[in-house]
Write a protein that binds this ligand. Structure first.
Ligand code: ZN
Length: 302
């Protein structure tokens, strides 16, 4: 599921809302028209309104306008007598600004923006604590890590206009890798992108279930606009599963130019030893990847 598909879904839901609003109105009119007194006024009004629409640019319609106003007054009186509001014959839209079209002044209406953000948050991992770079306390960070944070923050600001779609955040346990991933997820979600946040352990489990035909949840991670994998290397190595699916995910996403953002405490050697050359070469592909080292030791990917 991506942003474009979600917007399509919302547009369909809005179309249904508009139809329902009109239907409710039509039902009420049909009911009122059973009374021949109302039927006569209402039919006259529709006729005169149509005539006005047709003639207003070519003729003097003062008389016609007066008739329409008079008939509207009669209808209002009729409705008041029946304890109905004068607006009850017009469709009741949930949003009076865009009348449930989702478009106001040629732009996405605020109501649709709210709906989009809600759906994006629901779709993006619910257990993730989405953060913002602005929330980080720079006083407790060293200059090196502040620089790293700035690179990531700039990347998020520029996304989707970025040349490198893979980010590897490398650092020892407790170096703050997860927090940085949560910030990236939060920033991109704020920009309206669907993010899929998984620990390597969870992703491995999804791969195992997929491999054994028990669940198809892996496709969410495969196709997510942005995939974040936390703590790569902490998952158990399952035969025919871990390496194979990790390679497929990373490779497929690189081919499709979809961002994959990984945190790991594995060194270059570790990745080669634990996985294989194919996974390593994709993660370390300099043309596609940004490597962020949270603590500099010469063992780590550069
Ligand atoms: Zn609206």
């Amino acid at each position: 599921m991506n942003r474009k598909k979600i917007i399509e879904e919302i547009k369909q839901d809005y179309a249904i809302k508009r139809v329902k609003a009109t239907e409710r109105c039509d039902e009420l009119i049909a009911e009122l028209k059973k009374d021949s007194a109302f039927d006569k006024i209402y039919t006259d009004l529709i006729k005169k309104e149509l005539q006005l629409m047709r003639d207003q640019y070519s003729k003097d319609c003062a008389e016609l306008r007066k008739d329409v106003a008079e008939l509207k007054g009669k209808i209002e009186k009729y409705l008041t007598k029946k304890h109905l509001s004068p607006s009850s014959l017009s469709p009741k839209y949930e949003c009076h600004i865009c009348k449930d079209t989702g478009i106001a002044n040629g732009q996405m209406c605020e109501c649709m923006k709210r709906e989009l953000n809600e759906r994006l948050s629901r779709l993006s991992s619910s257990q993730t604590n989405f953060k913002s770079f602005a929330d980080l306390d720079k006083k407790i960070m060293n200059a090196h890590d502040i620089k790293a944070m700035e690179v990531l923050s700039t990347w998020c600001n520029n996304y989707p206009n970025v040349s490198k779609t893979n980010i590897n955040i490398i650092g020892a346990s407790g170096a703050g890798k997860t927090v940085l991933l949560e910030c990236i997820a939060g920033e991109l979600l704020k920009k309206g992108y669907v993010v899929c946040f998984k620990t390597a352990f969870e992703l491995n489990e999804l791969a195992r279930l997929y491999h054994t035909g028990k669940s198809f949840g892996l496709s969410d991670a495969m196709d997510a606009e942005i995939l974040l994998i936390d703590d790569l290397g902490t998952e158990p190595l399952l035969k025919n599963v871990t390496k194979e699916y990790l390679y497929n995910i990373i490779n497929m996403r690189q081919v499709k130019n979809l961002p994959t953002i990984i945190s790991t405490n594995l060194s270059q050697e570790d990745i080669l030893n634990r996985y294989d050359e194919r996974i390593y070469s994709r993660l370390a592909n300099k043309a596609k990847s940004i490597n962020i080292l949270l603590d500099s030791t010469d063992k780590r990917i550069k």
